[in-house]
Write a protein that binds this ligand. Structure first.
Ligand SMILES: [Zn+2]
Length: 104
């Protein structure tokens, strides 16, 4: 199984599950156990996640307009969006330094 490396110290930091929940560029992210720096998912992940949530938004509107009992679909679409974005973060892209102002 692939281990993701820290961009500061080049040592292995975490596996897929932990990276999936490392968050976006401006989140707190995860702490590197070797150098204590904070790491998050990268820029590409931010673009892909915005794309995923845009598509989910479009489907929500279509669902609202054309489906009679839309409440369950509404929740399901949100869950699908969440799972898809976590899956992308788990398997693609690299860890990058957190861009939060208070950690720089
Ligand atoms: Zn490190």
């Amino acid at each position: 199984m692939k281990k993701f490396t820290c961009p500061y110290c080049e040592k292995e930091v975490c596996g897929h599950l932990k990276k999936a929940f490392a968050g976006s560029l401006k989140s707190k992210g995860i702490k590197c156990p070797h150098c204590e720096k904070r790491l998050t998912n990268g820029v590409v992940s931010a673009y892909v996640n915005s794309g995923i949530w845009f598509v989910v938004g479009v489907f929500e509107i279509l669902n609202f307009l054309f489906v009679t009992y839309y409440a369950t679909n509404f929740i399901l679409l949100l869950i699908y969006g969440f799972i898809l974005s976590r899956l992308y973060d788990a398997f693609f892209g690299e860890l990058e330094p957190s861009r939060r102002m208070d950690y720089m």
